[in-house]
Design a protein around this ligand. Structure first.
Ligand code: HEC
Length: 130
């Protein structure tokens, strides 16, 4: 019965699209485990250019990341890392942080940090900087 087959195929397609859409939200995907080790690798290739892991300000004026989880919670950091500029438009603390650099440098949108899994890995790593 070809018409039945067509419905069957269409509903399979719809189901896989729905599954994909759900998979987009990492925090709700049960198979994902955030990893501080993966976060550290991203730090070493991206963040290191502007941030130290101590409490010292870097050469370009980026604040030291030590103890950062005591200044912000994971939700705040998740939104900040995705897009500092967009967050600064709606969050007064983010606005202050973005404007705080002594040389007028603002934290850019980083391609790696547009991926939620990588943000969660990064936050897992930031938790280790006590
Ligand atoms: C091009 C430089 C640059 C890069 C790369 C960069 N940042 Fe930033 N970041 C800044 C600036 C500038 C600020 C805001 C003012 C400041 O802290 O100097 C900031 C602020 C922050 C803050 C808030 C710090 C605080 O104590 O208020 C966090 C957390 C942060 N960045 C994390 C990261 C992480 C994690 C990465 C890597 C994924 C990263 N940044 C990459 C420049 C950068």
């Amino acid at each position: 019965m070809p018409i039945f087959n067509m419905f069957y195929i269409i509903s399979l397609l719809l189901l896989s699209i729905l599954a994909f859409a759900e998979g987009e939200s990492a925090s709700e995907s049960p198979s994902f485990q955030a990893s501080a080790e993966r976060g550290q690798k991203i730090y070493a290739s991206v963040c290191i250019h502007c941030h130290k892991l101590t409490d010292e300000v870097s050469a370009v004026g980026g604040s030291g990341l030590q103890g950062v989880m005591m200044r912000y919670n994971a939700d705040w950091l998740n939104t900040w890392l995705a897009s500092p500029e967009s967050f600064a438009k709606v969050n007064i603390i983010a606005r202050k942080v973005l404007d705080a650099n002594p040389y007028g440098l603002v934290m850019p949108i980083l391609p790696d940090m547009t991926n939620e899994h990588k943000r969660l890995d990064m936050i897992e790593f930031l938790k280790t900087l006590k």
